[in-house]
Design a protein around this ligand. Structure first.
Ligand code: SF4
Length: 240
């Protein structure tokens, strides 16, 4: 599979998001799924996918600490697109986590909490797939700037597809408005990036869009995208 990815990786950089998605569906069939936490970027992919394939797979890692607005959006997605979201949970319920690791683990060791509630469940889900599709963009965090549209994910051992890696936030919002795509109502209340209730706040004017995630710490990622993917071909000069 790595050889196949090396062949397509450079070419894929010139593809539109829809072309990348179509390639992923064609190549991996039912063994590829979109991973989403239903942020604005994820909603773009879900809408695009629905126009290409009615029965596309969509999963989410449900930490059981999500906002009610996020759960509400999940219901709206299932209704609008006629799909069932595959929900993956931690092996520990919130109550069990408190019993084993103490109260409010996220205030003492957010990395461990994210490992228990996000990374381990994701690893379990990805072990049943050949490829996963994410909505990361290169300009979101320093960890994401090297993302390719198609790449080998050495951390989880499968192909990672990032159809809107080269999009800007402006392009995301233009797509949502032009196609009347539902989105999380918290975005209209100064939450550009939305995760768990315990670790997300609204941003203030002038702050970085991800300043509301794990506020007061230098943590910017939950661990799903932090390990550098190993690009098999270098990024074109203009994008490096
Ligand atoms: S974002 Fe916060 S509450 Fe959610 S899993 Fe990570 S540390 Fe725990």
């Amino acid at each position: 599979m790595k050889d196949k990815i090396a062949e397509v990786q450079l070419t894929a950089e010139s593809w539109s998001p829809q072309q990348v998605l179509a390639w992923a569906f064609e190549t991996f069939g039912n063994a590829v799924a979109i991973s989403s936490a239903f942020g604005a970027e994820g909603m773009v992919l879900i809408d695009m996918a629905s126009r290409l394939r009615k029965d596309f797979r969509l999963f989410t890692v449900d930490t059981e600490f999500l906002f009610s607005e996020t759960y509400n959006l999940m219901d709206r997605i299932e209704q609008k697109y006629g799909i069932k979201i595959e929900r993956v949970f931690s092996l520990l319920s919130p109550e069990e986590q408190e019993r084993v690791h103490g109260a409010a683990l996220w205030t003492r060791d957010a990395d461990q909490c994210c490992n228990l509630r996000k990374v381990e469940p994701l690893r379990r889900k990805l072990s049943e797939l050949d490829a996963w599709i994410t909505s990361i963009r290169r300009d979101q965090t320093s960890f994401r700037k090297g993302a390719r549209k198609v790449e080998w994910d050495a951390k989880f051992g499968l192909v990672k597809v990032n159809p809107i890696a080269d999009w800007t936030s402006k392009q995301v919002w233009r797509y949502l408005h032009e196609h009347d795509v539902p989105y999380n109502s918290l975005h209209d209340q100064n939450y550009p990036s939305i995760g768990c209730t315990h670790c997300t706040r609204a941003v203030r004017p002038g702050e970085d869009p991800r300043a509301g995630r794990w506020p007061g710490t230098d943590k910017t990622e939950c661990g799903l995208h932090v390990i550098e993917i190993q690009p098999l071909t270098p990024l074109p000069e203009a994008e490096a």
